[in-house]
Design a protein around this ligand. Structure first.
Ligand SMILES: Nc1ncnc2c1ncn2[C@@H]1O[C@H](COP(=O)(O)OP(=O)(O)O)[C@@H](O)[C@H]1O
Ligand SMILES: [Mg+2]
Length: 265
């Protein structure tokens, strides 16, 4: 499998005129698992949205490079097509759009069906979508691996989903979109231990299958017992203040985040 590199270089980001990220540097290679840990409000989700190209997050300085090529001018769907995926901390509900239709549209866009139909001027119904039969089979296989019921596919996206169901739906998307790099933003929040195991198993399996580069954002140690990081970065007030191996997780668990204030000052 080819190796790829995602490089975040001196990234500064403002939201509504206020600087939130203050010089983030981080390089992730495919196959690696990086954990990003930090207290609430330190800017972790800001980093994940900025990576995906959310329009509200303004890059005022620095670069995001995929294999040396800047992503900054690209829209979120273009970034997805380049191989970036974000599992959101708070997946939104979309009443009226079934999980099945959402997944089929997303997969069709990321795998180029949508653009091919547009370029060919093919306006037939569903010409822009991956063929239903093949897709249905693929989805069913992934559902089974995630121990999700087929009935899910007919439900509206995230509408009334439990915390665990939302997170499994995110991992299902990831399995189908087959990214190079995935950012999991607090994927552990709201999961009981069984759901956490299933989600973590899914992530580990996909990492092995796809040679994924993973950025696991969390403020608890728990998920890192199941998705074991190669590198741990501590995030505080908009930047990485310390990096190390898995032993950093234990330090955080034992001492919390309070020591950071003294250290950074
Ligand atoms: N869309 C937004 N609008 C206004 N402020 C925001 C927005 N997103 C983030 N912020 C602010 O940026 C800071 C960091 O938030 P966030 O990135 O969510 O941190 P974390 O994920 O580490 O808890 C907070 O002070 C938050 O209020
Ligand atoms: Mg967050």
């Amino acid at each position: 499998m080819a190796d790829h590199t995602l490089e975040i270089r001196d990234l500064h980001v403002a939201v509504e005129g206020k600087e939130i990220l203050k010089g983030v540097n981080l390089t992730i290679h495919t196959g690696e698992t990086h954990a990003l840990m930090g207290p609430n409000g330190s800017g972790k989700s800001t980093l994940s949205y900025t990576l995906m190209g959310h329009p509200k997050y303004e890059v005022t300085q620095g670069e995001i490079l995929l294999d040396g090529e800047s992503l900054l001018g690209l829209s979120p769907d273009e970034r997805a097509r380049k191989g970036l995926f974000l599992a959101m901390q708070y997946p939104v509900a979309v009443p009226g759009v079934t999980l099945y239709n959402f997944l089929r549209s997303a997969v069709s866009a990321v795998r180029g069906y949508t653009e091919a139909a547009r370029k060919a001027g093919n306006n037939r119904l569903n010409a822009h979508l991956i063929p239903a039969r093949a897709f249905r089979q693929e989805v069913n296989e992934e559902l089974a691996k995630l121990k999700m019921d087929k009935a899910f596919l007919r439900r509206y996206l995230n509408e009334g989903f439990s915390g665990g169901e939302k997170k499994r739906a995110e991992i299902l998307q990831m399995a189908l979109l087959k990214p190079k790099f995935a950012v999991l933003d607090e994927t552990d929040s709201g999961l009981d231990i069984d759901a956490l195991r299933i989600v973590a198993e899914g992530v580990n399996r996909l990492q092995a299958e796809l040679n994924l580069g993973l950025l696991v954002i969390t403020h608890y140690q728990r998920i890192l017992n199941y998705i074991v990081p190669d590198f741990v970065h501590i995030f505080y007030e908009g930047r990485i203040v310390q990096s190390g191996g898995a032993s950093l997780v234990e330090k955080l668990e034992a001492e919390g985040y309070a020591w950071l204030e003294a250290e950074v000052a």
